[in-house]
Design a protein around this ligand. Structure first.
Ligand code: SAH
Ligand code: SF4
Ligand code: F3S
Length: 475
């Protein structure tokens, strides 16, 4: 293949942060073959759909996008169409029956092998399927820098797969068995990406608390302590944490590590012990609450978010009321809630006592309505406070706020993971060093709490940069 010739790559990423991370790696592995990113499907020489299978809707989204590519492929027979991610892993070559105009089907473990697959397709003009699940992690370091240079935040996968087999979940089947990356490789990657500009890292795994287990590597809190020492890195986040493995050592990390953000995402799924047992979650409502109590003793104002499933098979009205009462008891900062959906291979798909679709949707609405009150309440606690915002860039909606008055709108996050939008009052009289840019941290006074974000103004025009090592939470 002619590496010198510029070709364009379009990636459609559906699903969780793991897929976002994998899409960045796809960008990195394709660079040496001459591919650069494009925002235009029509102009692309290669299109990748990185799919998600967690709920039926996500899977449908992938197939409807793929369906729309048929006419494009007819016009441009040389166009390479690839399906990656969790649906590719799940369905393998069966996808061809539904979408015949596909060239490459590659599974969740095949990201680094994509260049070989592309070469095969262009040289032999035939289709290829690679959905092999491997037992070792194939490390890759790009030789021309990481793709997200110029952005403030980045994801780093620290482990792959899941061994928990929650009865509703497809992930163990599409991501394979749990395996952790070596800590040295993780540190190396974060250091390199800090050099390319990121200031905040989110460590990714389906269950980060069991990092290193059975592999003789360090523990997750030990890994966090190493990441905390990286010069130039300001903030550390991680997701997802499983409540059953939420250890006292991890709680101590919040006390000891100044870069660890004052936020935890701890998916609970249901407030009913009966349903938690049927889900195979391996903790009770009481154990979940006890862990949060212990955490709140160390960080009294920590932001807590969670995931919930409404209408799991066998969920009675009484079970659902337990979920609502848990929401009231914890007062979550935010919730991601979903209607239960049958998934291939997942055990609950075979459960007989399915909840009626209408009941499921009504419960989901009621749950979201209740949470709206707490999200707002939790956002309101920041009004009139000065918060530290890591700027992520210019806001997409430049004219959204009536008071923006033609000034530039910027967006970023506070350690509690809430989005803050603000306009920069006057950049004309200040040095370029003091102007906002992605990766800079500034103090913002919050004026308004909205349902999904906060709105404020810089504490002082040209507010000073807060140096790295800021204390993100109350010790
Ligand atoms: N590893 C994470 C979750 C990954 S999936 C954890 O253990 O919490 C993200 C979320 O999708 C889950 O927390 C769950 O709330 C939701 N989810 C997963 N499977 C689902 C299904 N079959 N139906 C509805 N929601 C589901
Ligand atoms: Fe799915 Fe459970 Fe694993 Fe999370 S812990 S990925 S919900 S099986
Ligand atoms: Fe979806 Fe796969 Fe993530 S199923 S949620 S993209 S691990």
């Amino acid at each position: 293949m002619d590496a010198a010739k510029d070709k364009s790559l379009y990636i459609n990423t559906i699903g969780c942060q793991m897929n976002v991370y994998d899409s960045s790696r796809i960008e990195d592995v394709m660079k040496p073959l001459g591919y650069t990113m494009t925002d235009s499907v029509e102009k692309a020489d290669m299109i990748v759909v990185n799919t998600c299978s967690v709920r039926e809707k996500a899977e449908q989204k992938a197939f409807s996008f793929l369906g729309r590519l048929a006419s494009l492929k007819k016009k441009k027979p040389d166009l390479i169409i690839c399906v990656g991610g969790c649906v590719a892993q799940q369905e393998g070559k069966k996808i061809v029956r539904r979408v015949p105009h596909i060239d490459i089907i590659f599974g969740t473990h095949a990201v680094n092998r994509l260049p070989q697959l592309v070469r095969h397709v262009t040289e032999t003009e035939s289709r290829i399927v690679d959905v092999e699940l491997t037992e070792t992690i194939d490390e890759f370091t790009p030789d021309s820098g990481y793709s997200e240079a110029g952005t403030a935040t980045g994801f780093v996968t620290i482990m792959r797969g899941c061994d928990n087999f929650c009865t509703y979940c497809v992930v163990p089947y599409v991501r394979g068995r749990e395996i952790s990356r070596h800590p040295d490789r993780i540190i190396e990657e974060i250091e390199n990406r800090v050099k390319s500009g990121i200031r905040e890292v989110t460590l990714l795994g389906q269950n980060v608390n069991s990092y290193g287990k059975n592999q003789g590597l360090c523990t997750f809190p030990e890994l966090l302590a190493r990441v905390n020492k990286i010069d130039g890195l300001q903030r550390i986040r991680f997701t997802t944490s499983h409540p059953k493995d939420f250890s006292n050592e991890l709680i101590d990390s919040y006390k000891d590590l100044d870069k660890l953000c004052n936020h935890i995402h701890l998916p609970v799924q249901s407030g009913s012990n009966n349903i938690l047992a049927k889900m195979n979650r391996k903790y009770t409502r009481e154990q979940y609450l006890d862990r949060l109590d212990r955490l709140r003793k160390v960080c009294p104002d920590i932001a807590i978010t969670s995931d919930m499933i409404a209408g799991f098979p066998g969920e009675t009205e009484a079970d659902f009321q337990e979920t609502l009462s848990l929401i009231k008891e914890v007062e979550f900062d935010g919730l991601f809630a979903f209607a239960y959906s049958d998934r291939p291979n997942a055990k609950a798909t075979g459960f007989s006592d399915k909840v009626d679709d209408q009941v499921k949707m009504a419960r989901l609405q009621e749950l979201l309505e209740l949470q709206k009150y707490y999200t707002r309440k939790k956002n309101e606690r920041f009004v009139n406070k000065t918060v530290s915002v890591l700027i992520e860039g210019l806001s997409k909606k430049q004219d959204f706020y009536p008071d923006s008055d033609g000034k530039e709108e910027w967006t970023g996050r506070i350690p509690e993971n809430k989005v803050v939008n603000f306009n920069y009052i006057d950049t004309s009289g200040i040095s370029s060093k003091m102007k906002p840019f992605a990766g800079k941290t500034i103090n913002v006074v919050i004026e308004k709490a909205l349902s999904h974000s906060l709105r404020g103004k810089p504490a002082v025009s040209g507010s000073p940069v807060i140096q790295e090592g800021e204390n993100n939470h109350a010790a």
